[in-house]
Design a protein around this ligand. Structure first.
Ligand SMILES: *[C@@H]1O[C@H](CO)[C@@H](O)[C@H](O)[C@H]1NC(C)=O
Ligand SMILES: [Ca+2]
Length: 336
């Protein structure tokens, strides 16, 4: 049965390749789980202008065929863009491709972009052109250090969860309310820059891909985060005395295939108050069901391919086994 051994080995290699395809997929999210109603993509057909549009824009926002410019590189501009469809996914991952660029020299540019998942939409205010008191999640790409502290370098990315009781302190770059953050050189880059926000099973993860290596780098990862369903995604930006072009190239929302217990399923997720239980240290929550981040969960067709491969291996093995057995029988006959 030596031939069969070879086939088993071949089948094993195929299986391994499949597993690798699943595990090593770091190119982009899977289109199967892309939710178009919550995504903003080129060429932004109908954005803002048609009644059926799923995105509203406000303020200085300019929609072209290749980018959505929230603010131009001019002083005192405010712009935002908001999804009109509330998101009812329990587990999701938002990929934002953005570009911040301008003529300002180092530290003479501002203020940055905020990505929102909030109860209210189109609420102009002082925080990157949005309301400072909000319900939900905000991720700030802050390019200007308002606070004179020197312990962190800007641009600085941070996250905040709010139940409407706290106001983002712009003068302190939101330091007192931030859940975590990281510095990232996102400005005036020649290549594409990306940010990913994942919310799944009470865990909030923010990743950046700004070094043109096509891989995510962890920025924030904390557990014990509670966010409801039914909120809205948005992006906003503002300039002050200093400015930049703040462009959104795309916002792509992916559904994560995650199982919940029946008790969790029966909850009314729209009633959840945004909160963070800071009792848990972030690194304590390591039960991550889906593993790799930019690669999306095991999808239907990949499972199918895996099974097909295994089945093919077994069938081939059986056929070869039968042929070898028959040949041997014939040979045995001849020798007698
Ligand atoms: C909102 O959060 C604050 C602390 O951040 C908390 O004291 C308050 O009870 C929360 N309110 C609700 C309605 O959950
Ligand atoms: Ca700032």
């Amino acid at each position: 049965m030596g031939n069969c051994g070879a086939f088993v080995r071949t089948a094993a290699v195929f299986l391994w390749l499949e597993v690798c395809l699943v595990g090593c997929d770091i190119t982009d999210g899977n289109t199967e789980h892309l939710k178009r109603e919550h995504s903003l993509m080129k060429p932004y057909q109908g954005v803002g202008s048609s009644p059926s549009s799923q995105w509203d824009f406000w303020g200085s926002t300019l929609v072209t065929s290749s980018y959505v410019r929230l603010t131009p590189d001019e002083r005192s501009k405010q712009g935002s863009i908001w999804n009109t469809v509330p998101c009812h996914l329990k587990d999701w991952e938002m990929h934002v491709q953005f570009k911040v660029h301008g003529s300002g020299k180092k530290n003479l540019h501002g203020d940055g972009i905020a990505i929102w998942y909030t109860k209210d939409r189109l609420h102009p205010g002082p925080v990157f052109s949005n309301n400072a008191i909000f319900h939900g999640l905000a991720v700030f790409i802050d390019t200007y250090s308002n606070d004179d502290a020197t312990d962190r370098s800007f641009p600085y990315i941070s996250a905040m969860v709010n139940n409407g009781s706290v106001s983002y302190d712009h003068g302190k770059d939101g330091r007192s309310s931030e859940l975590g953050g990281c510095s990232a050189e996102i400005r005036n880059r020649e290549h594409d820059t990306y940010l990913a926000i994942r919310y799944s099973k009470g865990r909030l993860t923010v990743m950046v891909d700004v070094d043109d290596k096509n891989e995510w780098k962890e920025c924030i990862d904390i557990g014990g985060v509670r966010l409801p369903t039914g909120y809205f995604f948005g992006a906003s930006a503002a300039t002050g005395d200093l400015s930049d072009n703040h462009d959104i190239i795309s916002m792509k929302l992916y559904q994560l295939m995650v199982e919940h217990t029946p008790e969790e399923e029966n909850l009314d997720w729209t009633k959840i108050e945004p909160s963070v239980s800071l009792l848990k240290s972030p690194k304590d929550n390591i039960d991550d069901p889906t593993g790799n981040f930019r690669g999306t969960p095991l999808t239907g067709w990949k499972v199918f391919l895996l099974l097909l491969c295994a089945l093919l291996g077994i069938v081939v093995c059986a056929v070869v086994g039968a042929v070898v057995f028959q040949k041997r029988q014939e040979r045995n006959k001849r020798f007698y």
